[in-house]
Design a protein around this ligand. Structure first.
Ligand SMILES: [Zn+2]
Length: 95
């Protein structure tokens, strides 16, 4: 599967990615920092990650999958709300 999703739920035609905020550049997140040394290197690496994420998402959606991204910081800080959202989304995917 494109991008190797962390969780695949064929019944709901849904895949879930758990993304680290740093590597996958969670925008407006305080974990999404850029190291001061080797800035060019990091920016290039981050860009590549973002592009891959987008490409994988588009490929999956083209095949009819729902793609859900869970961010590391949300799992740490707001797990209950996240699970409620997730369940709501899954219910929508079967209705
Ligand atoms: Zn985050």
């Amino acid at each position: 599967m494109p991008g190797k999703p962390d969780i695949v739920m064929p019944k709901f035609k849904t895949v879930i990615f758990v993304h680290g905020c740093f590597w996958h550049r969670h925008s407006a997140c305080k974990k999404c920092t850029t190291p001061d040394t080797n800035r060019e290197f990091w920016l290039e690496k981050f860009n590549k990650n973002i592009q891959n994420d987008l490409k994988n998402r588009q490929m999956l959606e083209k095949k009819g999958w729902n793609v859900i991204i869970l961010w590391e910081c949300e799992i740490e800080n707001d797990f209950d709300r996240l699970m409620n959202d997730l369940i709501a989304k899954l219910m929508m995917s079967v209705s």
